[in-house]
Design a protein around this ligand. Structure first.
Ligand SMILES: Nc1nc2c(ncn2[C@@H]2O[C@H](COP(=O)(O)OP(=O)(O)OP(=O)(O)O)[C@@H](O)[C@H]2O)c(=O)[nH]1
Ligand SMILES: [Mg+2]
Length: 346
């Protein structure tokens, strides 16, 4: 029964050579569009986020008085941007405290203070990247469509560019299309690829990959996983099994589990995250699609509710649209107004 379901899924979503080519052409187009450095990309990517959060703040900073209404409005904007109640309240309390301590009287002087408090709120769990130093296995997990496969490809290039012998493993055997899609990413990144057979048990793919990684002296093994199985319980059991096999078959490797969350799903991302936290020892979060309709405040909610560092953010579909998360850059980009002028002149 289970096997039938898997096969149907595979037939339905088979990828043709034309589709793979189209995907490559799309990538070229995206590359063409890319301008400027990392920070500019971030600023550009966060345009929608900026409009929803900071656009609202700007009027406040011209208000005449720092009173309860002033604070309430900031709090409301933060909550509306997906920052969550907890983080928003904490930011406001800290802002009030600093306004008092530093004897700030004018609303426009609060802008820098607010930036400072927001940055610190994002630094509660500073990101670390042990897999850049150690022989590692990086397991990439998350619900379907979150951006796992894309993130695996982007991360593979990053590690390869650091001189690491890198391997991608297709442990999403649920859909044949998923394997093909990952193969395209492995080619783009120019790294080793461990393919699976249709419907093969993902844990056995990971087993094979661990043997290959040891034999080939691979520095970084990145495993893509399925975002959807017949039900949630199956998915979580499978992730637990994969983790056990990695630990057993490659005990010397440092194991990183990156949870990919779609930034556009707002507070839902937090409840999804909790499910994964129950099944695996998540060591870092990647927030994707911050270039789209995401409101970005989710970064604050993650820091407050989950106590897991945000390690990367995805700001586009191209291979170099993955950035290490930097709290200060993130807040600076949120408050940066230069792109509006740039866009007008473009
Ligand atoms: N704009 C934008 N799109 C992204 C980003 N990351 C991923 N995507 C897009 O989101 C869609 C889903 O991405 P995938 O990487 O296939 O997601 P997945 O989690 O592997 O999905 P499943 O394998 O179905 O579970 C694709 O169209 C990606 O191009 C991002 O940072 N920005
Ligand atoms: Mg995928």
């Amino acid at each position: 029964m289970e096997e039938n379901l898997i096969n149907e899924e595979i037939n339905e979503e088979e990828i043709t050579e034309e589709e793979v080519k189209e995907e490559e052409i799309k990538e070229e187009d995206i590359k063409e569009e890319k301008k400027g450095g990392f920070f500019r990309r971030l600023v550009k990517g966060l345009t929608k986020t900026r409009d929803s959060i900071v656009g609202g703040f700007e009027d406040l900073f011209t208000a005449s008085e720092i009173d309860e209404d002033f604070y309430d409005e900031i709090e409301e904007i933060l909550i509306m941007s997906d920052a969550g109640m907890e983080a928003s309240e904490e930011i406001i309390e800290e802002l009030k405290e600093r306004v008092k301590q530093r004897h700030v009287k004018k609303t426009d002087e609060c802008r820098e203070l607010l930036k400072e408090v927001m940055t610190e709120s994002l630094m509660k769990n500073p990101p670390d990247y042990p897999y850049e130093e150690k022989r590692s296995v990086i397991l990439v997990v998350g619900v379907n469509g979150a951006g796992k496969t894309t993130t695996v490809g982007k991360l593979a290039l990053k590690l390869k560019d650091q001189g690491k012998k890198t391997m991608i493993v297709a442990a999403d055997t649920f859909r044949a299309a998923a394997v093909e899609q990952l193969n395209v990413w492995a080619d783009r990144a120019g790294v080793d690829f461990i393919k699976c057979n249709e419907g093969q048990d993902p844990a056995s793919v990971v087993y094979d990959a661990m043997q290959a990684a040891k034999a080939r002296n691979t520095d970084a093994v990145i495993c893509d996983t399925a975002g959807r199985l017949h039900n949630k319980k199956n998915l979580m059991n499978e992730l637990e099994k994969i983790t056990r096999i990695i630990n057993r078959e490659h005990p010397d490797a440092y194991v990183e589990t990156l949870l990919v969350l779609d930034g556009a799903t707002g507070q839902n991302a937090i409840s999804q995250a909790r499910e994964f936290l129950n099944a695996s020892k998540v060591t870092g979060v990647v927030i994707t699609k911050l270039d789209g309709t995401a409101k970005g405040g989710i970064a604050f909610a993650i820091q407050n509710s989950l106590s897991i560092p945000v390690k990367y953010i995805g700001v586009g579909e191209a291979i170099d649209d993955l950035q290490k998360f930097d709290a200060k850059d993130f807040v600076d980009a949120l408050f940066d107004k230069s792109t509006e002028e740039e866009d007008v002149n473009a």
